[in-house]
Ligand binder design. Structure first.
Ligand code: ATP
Ligand code: LTN
Length: 334
């Protein structure tokens, strides 16, 4: 374990995981688990930045945990846990908050987007969201953070915070993390509006495929996906955003290159592509759904796995937070 590089990533507990989350993040996580020391968590505290119904949030946290496992994350090979069960995250977050310039947070694209979307609830948590995220990462001395492109800016802040901390207190407490952003599929777009990213908290269900959608839903959503004017099946993000998005999804799930797909569909209609893509997605997600349903039947088992994941995470987190306390002049931790 010691000589393996450390990977950390997470997903906020909102909506249901989508094809965007799978292709942009979790698919990569499952590949990394074979070679790295990996920690994957459920960002349930981050979910509180928007209104949450308590019962739904709790249920969804179990559901996400089961979705992680159903998508292929192995609790033996990785440390999988819920953020709220490891209190060191909020402790470190406060300390980093006191190092973060307000102006920096003001520039964050996600904050601007979310503040526009939730005009009635622009809370301070929405603003300091990236600081908690930095705490998640720095806590485990992560070398790499596999995320979709939308999280790049947050990673930059995290790296800058390491610099601010070192300027004030010296080196040796945190490892500098690197983002790990895939080449294909780092930004899967909404099915109805391919100018915006597929988002799991989208109120319009037609915009995304959830990884636990049934075959009927998947087929319907893909068939009604927006395509572009013209009829040629070609990858051209600027002029053919809809088709390009479908090609990207197809390419990642079927393990074929975009060029190969363009060749396969030369002279064919958009409809052909959609029927075949729906089939590819169903083939991929059907077993995920079955495994998910099985896992959800045994809540005690999920509970046990979550607690054991949190215990393992907490042991690692404590090492960092102790060092931080000592370094910045807080009295000894109990
Ligand atoms: P929300 O709608 O609640 O903001 P989200 O769908 O953006 O959620 P996150 O929890 O923010 O999902 O992200 C989990 C991971 O999935 C992150 O690594 C993120 O970069 C990645 N991701 C999210 N959406 C996409 C997408 N459309 N394409 C590729 N990767 C994505
Ligand atoms: N903000 C991330 C979720 C997240 C995360 C993290 C990802 C919270 N903490 C730490 C990587 C590392 C998002 O995807 N919206």
């Amino acid at each position: 374990m010691e000589n393996k590089k450390t990977i950390l990533s997470g997903s906020t507990v909102t909506g249901n995981l989508t094809l965007g989350n799978y292709i942009g993040a979790i698919n990569t996580w499952t590949q990394l688990q074979e070679q790295y020391d990996c920690l994957y968590f459920l960002a349930d505290l981050h979910a509180l930045t928007v209104h949450q119904d308590p019962a739904v949030l709790r249920e969804r946290t179990y559901s996400f945990f089961a979705q992680y496992l159903a998508l292929g994350l192995d609790p033996q090979k990785n440390i999988i846990f819920a953020q709220s069960q490891v209190p060191q995250h909020t402790e470190l977050s406060w300390i980093l908050t006191c190092l973060t310039p307000m102006g920096y947070l003001n520039r964050m694209t996600q904050f601007k987007e979310k503040a526009e979307k939730h005009v009635k609830n622009i809370n301070a948590g929405l603003f300091t969201y990236p600081v908690l995220m930095a705490a998640d990462i720095l806590m485990y001395q992560a070398d790499f953070v596999p995320v979709g492109e939308d999280q790049k800016q947050h990673l930059e802040l995290c790296r800058d915070l390491v610099g601010y901390f070192e300027n004030r207190y010296g080196k040796g407490v945190f490892r500098m993390p690197e983002p790990m952003i895939g080449k294909t599929g780092a930004r899967i777009m909404s099915l109805q509006d391919p100018s915006k990213k597929m988002s799991k908290s989208d109120e319009n269900e037609k915009n995304f495929v959830a990884v636990i959608d049934d075959a009927k839903k998947i087929e319907k959503k893909i068939k009604s996906a927006a395509t572009d004017s013209g009829s040629e099946i070609k990858f051209d993000v600027e002029n053919k955003a809809g088709v390009s998005n479908l090609l990207t999804i197809y390419s990642v799930l079927a393990g074929k290159t975009i060029e190969q797909l363009e060749k396969d569909y030369e002279g064919k209609m958009y409809g052909h592509l959609k029927v075949d893509l729906a089939d590819v997605v169903v083939q991929k997600l059907q077993p995920v759904r079955e495994k998910y349903e099985d896992l959800m039947k045994n809540r005690d088992h999920l509970d046990q796995l979550m607690i054991s994941g949190a215990e393992r995470a907490s042991e690692r987190a404590e090492k960092t937070i102790k060092k931080v306390y000592e370094t910045i002049g807080l009295v000894r931790r109990r």
